[in-house]
Write a protein that binds this ligand. Structure first.
Ligand code: NAD
Length: 261
């Protein structure tokens, strides 16, 4: 628990399931006030709200598509209307489409970029404007991936978007550091969530994925949420512009783990 987080107001995009849901619930345990954004699953978003309230926080679920300006504006409006302001904005929403790149349609490329990359820009811009106009400090957390660093054939659009998120995070961290606005990324490795449920349900693919993790296991959404809580808290007050990898060592070149090479 980070006592300074109590009563702070957070927006979490894509907060109804997976990593976003775990962050929402963790923020509830920190007794924060949370806007749980969803795009397709109102019932799960409401379940997240119920858990947050049960844990001592406050919460509201709000529909919004992060790839649109009015979608993200609606989230800020809800934070102000229900909780009186904004302290933390988590750009978590994301999705991926697999296809050989020479067969990837422009529509699918645009979809991946508009949610994973443009959605982060729009969310960050909305939060930055609020912090600047109200002369308030603030925290922005962008959900990146190990694939901001590790190339990912057949998921090139996703890797391109996450690579962009990395430099976007670093650029605006520098741009707004003097305003007491911190901007950091989180780079999860293989985490057990709906985004890769099908892959992890397949025994062979599960074993292949675990083999890429020096710690020899798949991560839990709660382990990513713990990183988000730390980055949102004043315990990380001198940290900005980083990507905090939560990946069991996946970015450590595991192919070399037994001294090969
Ligand atoms: P998930 O599919 O469980 O959750 C993604 C969430 O984003 C869902 O709630 C979905 O509804 C929401 N979303 C999608 N499009 C949206 C839109 N247009 N507007 C608003 N919300 C939208 O996946 P997850 O694993 O929890 O992923 C969360 C984040 O973590 C993503 O950015 C993903 O790229 C990243 N990540 C996940 C892993 C992993 O192994 N699970 C690894 C690295 C990075």
């Amino acid at each position: 628990m980070y006592t300074d987080l109590k009563d702070k107001v957070a927006v979490i995009t894509g907060g109804s399931k997976g990593i976003g849901r775990a962050i929402a619930e963790r923020f509830g345990k920190e007794h924060m006030h949370v806007v749980v954004n969803y795009n397709s699953d109102a019932t799960e978003a409401q379940q997240a709200v119920d858990v947050i309230v049960k844990n001592g926080g406050q919460a509201v679920s709000v529909y919004g598509d992060v790839s649109t300006e009015h979608g993200v504006q609606g989230l800020l409006d809800a934070a102000i209307k229900h909780f009186g302001g904004l302290d933390v904005w988590v750009n978590n929403a994301g999705m991926e489409i697999q296809a050989p790149t020479h067969e990837l349609s422009l529509a699918d490329w645009n979809k991946v970029i508009s949610i994973n990359e443009t959605g982060v820009f729009l969310g960050a811009k909305t939060a930055l404007r609020y912090f600047k106009e109200n002369h308030k400090p603030g925290d922005i957390i962008n959900m990146s991936s190990v694939h901001e660093q590790i190339p990912w054939p057949t998921f090139a659009s996703y890797a391109a978007a996450k690579g962009a998120v990395k430099l976007f995070t670093q650029s605006i961290a520098m741009e707004y550091a003097k305003d007491n606005i911190r901007v950091n990324g989180i780079g999860p490795g293989a985490i057990n969530t709906p985004i890769n449920a099908e892959k992890l349900a397949d025994k062979e693919q599960y074993a292949q994925t675990v083999a890429m993790v020096p710690m020899d296991r798949i991560g839990k959404p709660e382990e990513v949420a713990a990183a988000a809580a730390w980055l949102a808290s004043s315990e990380s007050s001198y940290v900005t512009g980083i990507t905090l990898f939560v990946d069991g060592g996946m970015t450590l070149y595991p192919a070399f783990k037994d001294g090969q090479g």
